[in-house]
Design a protein around this ligand. Structure first.
Ligand code: GRF
Length: 207
């Protein structure tokens, strides 16, 4: 059984996709052992609790220094003894200790086809606004392993999504979620859980 901890900041629709996929048997060999949010009111926490998954908030607001928060976050993650950490809309600058501890064992979902529209400042609606501003005809989502850089780790899965003529950032965001994010995040976890991922020379492959 792959023990998975999920880190979230918001609505948690990607978390929900993973919860549902486990329930429906689309992800096998996997148990979601804990969900952590940096925001107390994140709806993702409620989704976790509704599914009977331990959920907690670790907020920077509850600590005097960033270092203390970083340590608390690392301790909270470690306490679940995860084999895999999944960042599903986790809007926190990751502590280096966490990145090092979970090297090749932590994945992130990003709502564009990396290396387009990624890196510093590209999160949430901003990504889709910029895709529309550039007049792109195709966008998508990426699941990648997390390294020290911003959206720079080995890419595991990507899926393309069409941009339509009258799209607003909100409409495009929704389409990218439905057609790409909610598909490839569960798929990536299932591949990892079943030993079907290889990382070689800084690249990840589904084998
Ligand atoms: C998603 O677009 C994800 O790609 C990005 O943050 C958003 C999270 O949405 N990293 P949700 O909380 O899963 O609904």
């Amino acid at each position: 059984m792959l023990r998975v901890a999920v880190l979230v900041s918001g609505g948690g629709t990607n978390l929900q996709a993973v919860i549902d996929a486990v329930k429906e048997g689309k992800i096998t060999n996997t148990e979601i052992v804990g969900v952590i949010s940096n925001k107390k009111d994140a709806y993702a926490l409620e989704r976790a609790r509704n599914a009977g998954i331990p959920a907690q908030c670790v907020s920077p607001k509850d600590y005097e220094t960033r270092e203390q928060f970083n340590e608390a976050l690392l301790a909270a993650v470690k306490a679940y003894q995860p084999d895999l950490v999944v960042l599903a809309g986790f809007l926190v600058i990751l502590p280096e200790l966490l990145i090092r501890e979970y090297k090749n064992r932590m994945i992130n979902i990003h709502p564009s086809l990396i290396p387009s529209f990624c890196g510093k400042g590209f999160y949430g609606l901003k990504v889709h606004e910029e895709v529309l501003a550039r007049g792109c005809k195709v966008t998508g989502a990426t699941v990648h392993f997390v390294d020290e850089g911003c959206d720079s780790g080995p890419i595991l899965l990507q899926r393309a999504v069409a941009v339509e003529k009258d799209d607003t950032p909100e409409i495009l965001q929704r389409r990218v979620m439905e057609q790409a994010e909610w598909q490839i995040l569960p798929q990536a976890i299932n591949l990892i859980a079943n030993g079907k991922v290889e990382i070689k020379d800084g690249h990840a492959y589904a084998v």
